[in-house]
Design a protein around this ligand. Structure first.
Ligand SMILES: [Fe+2]
Length: 236
């Protein structure tokens, strides 16, 4: 059985993780997630892999995740899927960029997304089935993209959950209780071996974060009381 192939590219001054995702290492079509910066580098990577970018998916519209959307959409012709609530941000990026940012950030080109997503959709793109989950808390319309796979279930989770940390909640629209609920929902819905491809820092798994992430102490207690197992489910 072919395994999902996920390539991470850490881009820009905020070191944001963009991803090229395809159904297998041989697949010729891919989706591009959160192209935040370095459009030419991401385009070159797609060319080197020999893949056509079939769609651009956005987890949320903070500038470090969307800065390269417009040039990449233009270069590839791929439609852009944007969180519904945050579409106005993508459509006028610089209006939302803090004026205090140091030199080296932007300017970013705005983009009118072809599609908006509210969560609850299932997309079929590049030979992948992708479930769209609303995971607010870091930003109001934040989405997580889940790619089910018997061998390699994956979450492209933007700034929800990091290796040993969580997304910040002090930006406009952020809220800790909401983020906690989003994370708890992911932990309850997906098996511990699910690989988490976050918007910053390294790749991890849901099971690892449930056990060691210091920000998830209360969630751990609640899941334990609810009987949601922290250990990987036996293979069926
Ligand atoms: Fe963010």
């Amino acid at each position: 059985m072919s395994a999902l192939d996920v390539r991470m590219f850490t881009v820009g001054p905020v070191q944001e993780n963009a991803y090229i995702v395809r159904a297998s290492a041989e697949a010729k079509r891919a989706v591009l997630v959160d192209p935040g910066e370095e459009a030419e580098r991401l385009l070159g990577a797609a060319r080197s892999l020999g893949v056509e970018i079939e769609a651009i998916l956005i987890t949320h519209c903070h500038f470090d995740h969307i800065g390269a959307v417009a040039p990449l959409a233009r270069a590839t012709g791929a439609p852009v899927y944007c969180p519904q609530l945050e579409r106005p941000v993508l459509a006028d990026i610089m209006k939302w960029v803090p004026p205090t940012l140091p030199p080296g950030f932007g300017p970013f080109e705005s983009y009118e997304a072809e599609h908006t997503l509210a969560g609850g959709e299932r997309l079929s793109l590049a030979g992948l089935d992708i479930d769209v989950i609303l995971t607010p808390g870091h930003s109001p319309g934040h989405l997580t993209y889940a790619v089910p796979s018997p061998t390699h279930p994956a979450l492209l989770s933007g700034d929800v959950l990091f290796q040993g940390s969580v997304g910040r909640v002090d930006l406009p629209g952020g809220d800790w209780a909401t983020l906690e609920r989003s994370i708890e929902g992911l932990l309850a819905a997906y098996p511990p071996e699910t690989v988490v491809y976050p918007g910053h820092m390294g790749v991890t798994t849901l099971g690892r974060e449930r056990v060691v992430n210091p920000f998830l102490a209360e969630i751990r207690g609640r899941l334990q009381r609810a009987g949601v197992s922290p250990t990987p489910a036996p293979a069926s």
